[in-house]
Write a protein that binds this ligand. Structure first.
Ligand SMILES: *Cc1c(COP(=O)(O)O)cnc(C)c1O
Length: 431
């Protein structure tokens, strides 16, 4: 396997692109080496410019839940393209996607489409403040909610991978209303409420996916929701990653918790730039033109993106692959743990449905601090050996691996072989 053309493009890309990437998570900073350039993808397979073929466990960081270029999605997009690309006016398909989303999430009566997860969350936060008339927001350390100023503190994978505490260029004033709590620790939330009486709500990834996979323990989400209700504060569920992935109705369906405000992205666009935020009528009526909270977007509800979203979600609902995800995820977990035992490598695997990842540690991982106990040097070695054996992983210890419904038995065999080779390499590292 060689990476000559990727290497060439990387060098060329450095001239006019920042680090030759348009999102820092695509850089290979923490695993060493340079990013691969992709030519195309189909089903569960992604192919780089040197014609190396990989089982894709990145899936564009989640959106490609059906695998790449599903026939029905491709057909819907081709059809939409014939009618025009953007109108600056409403279309029937926006109503259609809104109904699919509101039917899937009982906590939402109305939804507003935007162009990314970041936009969905920053609008959701604005809405929480508008509705409650309070300013402060609690977030959990290690949760990522997009790159808006107010939430770019203790923000998980991208920053953790680059070892950045937060971001330059974020003024102190922008984060002065952001309070940090510890995932799976309700007391850390309660303490903030003892000290502040102007907390609008708590934003959470209902399953953590941006510090590696971190699962809510026991009744954490339910207890959090009950507590917030008692304080007249809102639960803002950032389901950008988990929406339509944990279950069709997201983590809220799975854990039987209703959020006050829900933010969506990733799968909802099936690979096109779509985000959404929604809530019950009483809250959404705050949003312009019905109410006084302003939020707008030239390309929001874009017809091609709506076609991508509708066709992806319709097919996803038809396939109902959640049991399959559970089984395939379990198989990969077993492969990882067996290889770790064989080669005597400390390993913790966190898995939740179609999201999973290994941590190179013997510690149980339930929050960001525990996630950071992972040996990232070992991950770097593991990563490259997986690449060389045909498995495309996110180039960071702190990103989830994703499954698509297009994964095959042959893919699993390839993953098993690669994992065993990679674990053998990891075992050669001196502690
Ligand atoms: C990816 C992600 C975002 C940001 O979405 P973008 O589309 O990258 O702006 C926000 N929240 C969570 C939980 C995410 O996983």
């Amino acid at each position: 396997m060689n990476f000559k053309k990727s290497q060439k493009l990387y060098t060329k890309g450095l001239k006019n692109l920042v680090g030759a990437v348009n999102s820092p998570v695509r850089a290979f900073a923490s695993v060493g080496g340079n990013p691969l350039f992709i030519k195309r993808a189909k089903g569960s397979t992604i192919i780089d410019v040197d014609n190396n073929r990989y089982v894709d466990l990145v899936l564009s960081y989640g959106p490609m839940i059906l695998g790449h270029r599903h026939k029905k999605v491709q057909r819907a997009i081709n059809k939409a393209l014939k009618n025009g690309y953007s109108f600056g006016a409403s279309t029937q398909n926006e109503i259609k996607l809104a109904k699919i989303v509101c039917d899937a999430f009982p906590s939402m009566d109305k939804v507003r489409f935007v162009n990314s997860g970041t936009e969905a969350v920053l609008s959701g936060i604005r809405l929480a403040r508008a509705f409650t008339g309070k300013d402060k927001i609690i977030k959990f350390s290690g949760c990522y909610h997009g790159h808006q100023d107010a939430l770019l503190v203790a923000a998980g994978s991208g920053l953790a991978t680059l070892s950045l505490p937060g971001s330059k260029g974020v003024p102190e004033g922008a984060v002065k209303n952001t309070l940090i709590a510890t995932y799976n620790d309700l007391d850390s939330v309660k303490r903030h409420f003892e000290e502040h009486d102007d907390i609008a709500g708590v934003i959470i990834e209902p399953v953590g996916g941006n510090m590696g996979v971190v699962i809510p323990q026991n009744n954490f989400l339910k207890e959090l929701k009950v507590f917030l209700e008692s304080k007249d504060a809102l639960l803002i569920a950032d389901e950008v990653m988990t929406g339509f992935r944990s279950k069709f109705g997201g983590a809220q369906e799975l854990f039987d918790v209703e959020a006050d405000i829900t933010c969506l992205g990733k799968v909802i666009g099936g690979g096109f730039p779509v985000g959404a935020y929604g809530a019950r009528n009483e809250i959404m009526e705050m949003v312009a033109p019905l109410g006084g909270m302003y939020q707008a977007g030239t390309l929001s509800g874009n017809p091609i993106a709506m076609a991508g979203g509708i066709s992806t979600l319709t097919e996803l609902k038809r396939q109902d692959p959640y049991q399959q995800f559970e089984e395939v995820g379990k198989q990969i977990e077993t492969i990882l743990l067996a290889a770790a035992e064989k080669y005597n490598v400390d390993l913790t695997v966190n898995r939740f449905g179609s999201m999973l990842n290994p941590f190179f540690t013997n510690v149980k991982v339930t929050n960001f601090e525990e996630a950071q106990s992972s040996d990232t040097e070992k991950f770097g070695v593991f990563f490259w050996e997986m690449i060389k054996n045909g498995v495309f992983l996110p180039p960071s210890q702190f990103e989830a691996w994703f499954l698509s419904s297009a994964i095959t038995e042959e893919d699993l065999a390839k993953i098993e072989k690669a994992v065993n080779k990679a674990m053998e390499k990891v075992a050669e590292i001196k502690n």
